[in-house]
Design a protein around this ligand. Structure first.
Ligand SMILES: [Zn+2]
Length: 402
């Protein structure tokens, strides 16, 4: 009897202590306004670019196939799902291989919508992962080596190493003292899902899935990736330039017990989270250039269409020209953000918390150095100063004020 009580108490403690449980109680699952139609505000015009069909392009990042690693679908199925979801490009990152590039897949989809970019997800010693972009097709690297060895190998061929799944429950990154990483997946949909599925939320999510379908479940999972954003801010506060991306880790496979289920589908994953990149042309090269520059933000697109402008205007005599997200600006620069009218915008200074907020737009005159970034929230109901049911919607790369 005593032992059964102890077991029950232990189970209760596990449930109460599970990551995501208090989120669920706080209404992140149980009470939230339905996404409905995209709110007003429309799409902002991107700054004028050269020819080649560039502008703000939406990409589904971090995708696996069954052809080259452990996803459920072929390249054709993945690209078909991406077309149905309306994204501009797919970043394929099968495990420890650049073979899709060597096999000419980037060329096969060149000039099409969506087009394809091939990257690599490298397993490092301890089971964590690095996303490696902008690699040559003949890049080869034996997995399970120390993180620094992998980072150095990527940099040696001119590639771009980023921490994948930085604060994942299953595959956390712990080599934060390694040098040379260019950034991280500040949002990873798989990590968010794992964090927020627990005995309490699972009942609710299964009901939602039965009644409203898979995309509604993904919408319910759209929560602020607190741990990854904290890791990002910690690096930024050290004065490092760090690119933040929104990724999926899409396999279209969910293992429940011994059975694998095709959940969530590629198409719904691609509708849920994308990274919006301001690229000169619709090519892998232009996307890599823009990501390296930090000219991108990432969003829960399934909560509604969103466009975000975040730029800086230098103080008088401080030079001129457009300073975009990802760029540097002098102290005294005016930061301006504009989003949909119904979005609550919050300006964060890494390590300094929220320094300004506004609905639809905000301006802030900087008076000290730091990495300043915007988080946009889709507002549910506003009661005076209270925003009820605000959902995290989009996250920009920082402007680095020096
Ligand atoms: Zn992956």
């Amino acid at each position: 009897m005593a032992s059964s009580l102890r077991t029950r108490l232990r189970i209760a403690a596990t449930v109460l202590g599970a990551r995501g449980f208090w989120d669920a109680l706080a209404g992140r699952f149980l009470w939230q306004p339905p996404p409905g139609a995209p709110p007003g505000g429309g799409i902002l015009e991107a700054p004028p670019l050269g020819g080649g069909g560039g502008g703000w392009l939406r990409g589904a990042l971090h995708v696996h196939t069954c052809t080259y690693s452990d996803g459920a679908g072929t390249i054709e199925e993945v690209m078909g799902a991406a077309k149905a979801a309306g994204v501009d490009f797919v970043l394929l990152t099968d495990h420890n291989t650049m073979r899709p590039k060597a096999d000419g897949l980037e060329e096969r989809y060149a000039g099409q919508t969506p087009f394809l970019i091939v990257g690599d997800e490298i397993t490092v010693k301890g089971g964590a992962f690095l996303l490696a972009l902008d690699l040559p097709g003949d890049f080869q690297f034996a997995p399970n080596q120390p993180p620094q060895v992998a980072i150095d190998a990527i940099l040696a061929v001119g590639g771009l190493p980023l921490v994948s799944l930085p604060d994942d429950m299953k595959h956390p990154w712990d080599a934060w003292d390694a040098t040379g990483c260019a950034g991280l997946e500040a949002l990873n949909l798989s990590t968010v899902a794992r964090e927020h599925i627990n005995p309490l939320s699972l009942t609710w999510l299964l009901l939602l899935w039965r009644l409203k379908g898979e995309l509604t479940v993904l919408q319910a999972l759209c929560t602020r990736p607190d741990a990854s954003l904290a890791s990002w801010d910690r690096l930024l506060a050290q004065g490092k330039k760090q690119i933040g991306l929104g990724a999926l880790d899409a396999h279209a496979l969910l293992k429940i017990g011994k059975k694998k289920h095709p959940i969530p589908s590629y198409e719904n994953s691609f509708r849920a989270v994308t990274t919006h990149v301001l690229a000169e042309t619709r090519t892998p090269k232009a996307i890599h250039t823009a990501i390296r520059a930090g000219h991108c933000f990432f969003a829960y697109d399934c909560l509604g269409e969103i466009a975000l402008d975040f730029h800086a205007t230098p103080p008088p005599g401080g030079g001129q020209g457009a300073i975009l997200m990802g760029d540097g600006a002098p102290v005294g620069a005016m930061l301006t953000a504009t989003g949909p009218e119904t979005a609550l915008l919050r300006l964060y200074r890494a390590g300094g918390g929220i320094v300004a907020a506004g609905k639809g737009s905000l301006s802030y005159r900087t008076d000290r150095p730091g990495a300043y970034r915007i988080e946009a929230y889709r507002v549910g109901i506003q009661r005076g100063p209270l925003f009820l049911g605000a959902r995290p919607w989009a996250f920009t790369n920082p402007i680095y004020v020096k």
